[in-house]
Design a protein around this ligand. Structure first.
Ligand SMILES: [Zn+2]
Length: 117
């Protein structure tokens, strides 16, 4: 069994990219999500070659992969770099990452969230 440690965004030491994570998560949600479910607020549910994402789940069931207490699935995973992000209800609230955000993460996220990519 592997245990994943998620900590509040920024807890690994300040990354110059911490503040941008919020807007990048919103931009990705808006680009790939269903506009009727406010994906720029709660996140989007989709998977493509680069990203696995799931909007915040409100079910609170113990057997739900997103709501279980132990090792819950992240709301966002960047496949290439392994960055994982979780938030509580809304993007930006109680946001946690599995490690410090790097320039590579942000460069990729900027590209993937841009309208033309
Ligand atoms: Zn759930």
């Amino acid at each position: 069994m592997s245990i994943k440690v998620m900590v509040p965004s920024g807890a690994f030491g300040k990354s110059p990219f911490d503040s941008e994570l919020d807007s990048l998560m919103r931009a990705v949600g808006a680009k790939f999500g269903d506009p009727g479910s406010w994906p720029d607020k709660y996140g989007a549910t989709f998977e493509n070659d680069e990203i696995v994402a799931h909007e915040f789940c409100w079910c609170e069931q113990d057997d739900c992969p997103f709501c279980r207490e132990e090792n819950p699935e992240p709301n966002f995973r960047l496949k290439q770099t392994g960055l994982e992000v979780r938030w509580y209800k809304y993007i930006g609230r109680g946001m946690e990452t599995n490690r410090q955000i790097t320039e590579e993460d942000v460069t990729l996220l900027r590209y993937l969230s841009s309208p033309g990519s």
